[in-house]
Design a binder for this molecule. Structure first.
Ligand SMILES: O=C(O)CCC(=O)N[C@@H](CCC(=O)O)C(=O)O
Ligand SMILES: [Zn+2]
Length: 343
């Protein structure tokens, strides 16, 4: 029975870290009427006695070494349980990969953020495969256990391996032709995120899953660079903390008028996958995200295949030569202007 400690401390992160793979479901009600449901290790759902029309998912630790988002969500969960924050909406918090938090690694056996939207099927069992399937079902239950037509969003919080020219940026999953929402860009701006990458194809990421399967406004949000626990400068996250707090605790949140000049928008130019053991980049580990290359410059070598920048200024995002074979080793992006595809 872990509930007494959880009620007293609100420390769901420690409970999660002490139970790497599963935790028996339990529930209780706070004196303010909020129902607290522990669904599993790392998965906790809050339902206020009276709740508004938003169903909000906030996830972190899909990559275990990305600690700043974990600290942000840990603090929110404690604030809710200890009644320092009163929620206005239903909220599901997820710490994605508890064991990878404990070993301070991106993942244990397999990158969890490549296993969503059915990608966990037909593969040999390992903890991340199992976890992806469970997380999908918790999110599905959360969104579908209430009447249809409610507003849904999912912000999957990460930090990037490399430094970035633009410290904070968000990935807007492929919307299959639906327009991008200026209101979501305003929300990101309020979080201190002025740089958005528009994906142009389906993915197996957590944010794409919620966007595609449930029509949620969903993003992968990169809040800075990976640091061990205790080494994050939490002052750099004050805007995102304040904006997320407003989202979950206020009936509605007003944002400034959309102004295209506030943003740097990019669309994916191409994805380069690693297919060979001999995969390398010509640039050093210190090369930051959004570094632009001149047309014709070498971007990557995959066995006998060489990739050169196809357009002037083609910029690199998430270069990682160590990904598993078949996985994305590099995204490149080019600037995007606001047009009629934004509503
Ligand atoms: O810095 C890196 O190389 C990776 C940071 C990270 O985990 N990014 C996400 C982005 C997911 C998306 O494309 O929506 C990932 O690679 O899973
Ligand atoms: Zn990540």
């Amino acid at each position: 029975m872990y509930l007494d400690t959880l009620k007293q401390t609100g420390d769901f992160l420690t409970l999660t870290r002490n139970n790497e793979f599963s935790l028996a479901a339990e529930q209780f009600t706070l004196s303010n009427g909020t129902l607290v449901e522990v669904k599993d290790t790392g998965v906790i759902q809050f339902t206020p006695a009276t709740y508004g029309d938003k169903d909000i998912v906030l996830s972190s630790a899909v990559h275990g070494n990305e600690t700043a988002p974990i600290e942000i969500c840990d603090a929110f969960i404690q604030d809710v349980i200890l009644q320092r924050i009163e929620l206005a909406h239903r909220v599901l918090f997820i710490f994605g990969n508890p064991k990878s938090i404990n070993i301070a690694e991106r993942f244990v056996d397999e990158n969890l953020n490549r296993l969503f939207n059915g990608a966990h099927e037909n593969r040999t069992d390992n903890p991340e495969q199992i976890r992806a399937a469970k997380l999908e079902s918790y999110v599905s239950d959360f969104f579908t256990s209430v009447p249809e037509g409610r507003y849904r969003c999912h912000y999957d919080l990460h930090t990037a391996i490399r430094g970035s020219k633009n410290e904070k940026f968000a990935v807007y999953p492929f919307l299959h032709g639906k327009p991008w929402k200026k209101s979501q860009l305003q929300f990101m701006l309020a979080c201190g995120v002025n740089t958005i990458l528009m994906m142009r194809s389906a993915a197996t990421t957590f944010s794409y899953f919620s966007s595609f399967q449930f029509g949620a406004d969903a993003f992968t949000v990169e809040l800075g660079q990976v640091k061990p626990f205790g080494q994050n400068d939490m002052s750099r996250f004050s805007a995102v903390k304040q904006t997320l707090k407003a989202l979950i605790s206020q009936e509605s949140v007003e944002y400034d008028e959309f102004n295209a000049s506030d943003f740097e928008l990019f669309q994916v130019h191409r994805t380069i996958n690693r297919t060979c053991d001999a995969f390398s980049f010509p640039f050093p580990d210190s090369a930051v995200n959004f570094t632009g290359f001149a047309k014709g410059e070498l971007l990557a070598t995959d066995g006998d295949t060489t990739y050169f920048a196809e357009v002037e200024g083609e910029a690199i995002i998430f270069p990682n030569a160590k990904v598993a074979l078949g996985q994305r080793a590099l995204l490149t992006v080019v600037p995007l202007e606001v047009d009629e595809n934004f509503v």
